[in-house]
Design a protein around this ligand. Structure first.
Ligand code: ATP
Ligand code: MG
Length: 256
């Protein structure tokens, strides 16, 4: 069974950037092939990884749905979902990317969630690791796209408010009975002002698992739309993220 790693947190805290760094880390460890899932309807993980995915599940399923309306009975719903998933996979060097996207049709929003929930579990078994970049906020948790995770990484912004949101996400995970074997909170984009993040998080009932500094290189790569996979080892954010991953991700053998 694949090791499933989910990244979540509120808007703009750095989930996608950290997911890209995680992909880079796992690739460097030779944990191949990876299944990478962009579960944010406002998809941009592909671009951060330096690729333009051909299509997303939402759009592909919507198109197929239109087709089946013209030819009723031509495709069963499970077949349609399977084709949508297969066609949306971008096969890259060392990893496959699935982009969930947002379907256009009204009321269809839950559709790709359903696809992912039912089929991801199966397809993930073909990979040693599945990494999922989630959409911002807490709503996606309630849709329970992922019910079982090996690692849940909650990314917090560099403020007390950010930490409180992380605490709220932890609560929600319990309320929704999402089974996360290990859960970690990291503060991203910290400054050099000497804030003691550990002390700030203690009253909120969790101990922090890492901090990742604000790094001008990440901003630069973002502006220039360069792949974070090409970020040099000198990047301070990369170094901190890799040190965190090394602490929390157990060695995973390929083809497990
Ligand atoms: N450690 C960092 N140092 C500097 N800039 C960063 C860092 N992490 C993320 N950023 C920048 O912050 C912005 C938001 O990052 P990112 O898109 O990864 O966040 P997100 O949580 O995925 O956002 P969304 O909720 O919109 O999906 C981007 O411009 C990114 O380049
Ligand atoms: Mg994102």
């Amino acid at each position: 069974m694949a090791t499933i790693i989910g990244i979540c947190g509120k808007g703009g805290v750095g989930k996608t950037s950290l997911t890209a760094l995680l992909v880079k880390y796992l690739l460097s460890k030779g944990t191949l092939p990876l299944l990478v899932v962009d579960a944010d309807p406002n998809a941009n993980l592909g671009r951060v990884l330096g690729i333009t995915p051909e299509g997303d599940i939402g759009t592909i399923c919507d198109d197929l749905l239109e087709e089946t309306k013209k030819n009723p009975g031509s495709l069963s719903k499970p077949e349609l979902l399977r084709i949508g998933l297969e066609e949306s996979i971008a096969e890259e060097d060392g990893y496959d990317l699935i982009t969930m996207g947002r379907p256009e049709g009204p009321g269809c929003y839950c559709y790709p969630n359903q696809v992912l929930r039912t089929i991801l579990q199966t397809i993930s078994n073909q990979y040693p690791v599945m990494v999922v970049d989630n959409e911002a906020g807490l709503e996606h948790l309630s849709r329970r796209l992922l019910r079982r995770l090996d690692l849940l990484i909650i990314v917090s912004g560099p403020s007390p408010r950010g930490l409180r949101t992380a605490a709220r996400i932890r609560e929600l995970v319990r309320e929704l009975k999402i089974e996360a074997k290990n859960e970690y909170v990291v503060v991203n984009q910290t400054g050099a002002d000497g804030t003691d993040w550990n002390t700030l998080s203690e009253p909120l009932g969790f101990s922090l698992s890492g901090t990742i500094p604000r790094d001008p290189l990440i901003e630069e790569y973002d502006l220039e739309e360069r792949s974070l996979l090409a970020l040099p080892d000198t990047s301070l954010a990369l170094q901190a993220a890799f040190a965190f991953f090394k602490r929390v991700i157990p060695p995973i053998s390929s083809g497990q």
